[in-house]
Design a protein around this ligand. Structure first.
Ligand code: ZN
Length: 184
């Protein structure tokens, strides 16, 4: 398969704070060689965000059976595709140091992340360059500490891979019912 663009979608729900924070992220990979690669980069990206926000005891959820199986195995010396090794390593390091777990979920339950990934692909290059990460939480109009934390790190790169466009982040939405408006 020739390298092509892939959309990444990440949904973070932080129930360790009140009110619950919901963070939506979508980004785009310039050259992706397989579905497995897109999944592995997504997890590495989620791990990077988790580290940035200093989250721990995270339950990572993925609908990629092959990857979840590999990441839960005792022996991780043989990834299903060698090219994903740097990303699975980034994820494993984070999972270990932050006492986190990864579970397989059904694709139907992953619809929000899926929608974010598809939305990333539908956004054109020129649209992406005009998008700025924003917080939609009404009480954060003047200042959002999550937004500041995320802007302090270089999220344009995940390991050695450069995301083709700046990741677009919608954060701090506290009402899950607003999901549809934000994502579609
Ligand atoms: Zn905020």
């Amino acid at each position: 398969m020739p390298p092509r663009q892939a959309g990444l979608g990440i949904l973070i729900v932080n129930v360790q704070v009140q009110p619950t924070q919901t963070i939506y992220i979508h980004a785009k990979l310039a050259e992706c060689t397989s579905v497995l690669m897109a999944e592995a980069v997504s997890l590495a990206f989620a791990a990077t965000v988790a580290e940035t926000l200093n989250l721990s005891n995270i339950n990572f959820l993925s609908d990629c059976q092959q990857l979840v199986h590999f990441l839960n195995a005792a022996d991780q010396s043989n990834p299903p595709d060698w090219r994903i090794k740097p990303f699975t390593q980034m994820f494993s390091n984070c999972a270990r140091s932050r006492e986190s777990k990864i579970f397989k979920i059904k694709r139907q339950l992953n619809s929000t992340a899926d929608a974010l990934a598809r939305q990333a692909l539908s956004v054109s290059a020129s649209q992406y360059s005009s998008l700025e990460p924003t917080c939609s939480y009404e009480h954060h109009v003047l200042q959002c500490s999550l937004l500041q934390a995320l802007q302090a790190v270089d999220l344009n790169n995940v390991g050695s891979v450069r995301l083709v466009y700046k990741p677009f982040v919608l954060i701090c939405t506290t009402d899950l019912l607003r999901e549809k408006n934000n994502v579609s």
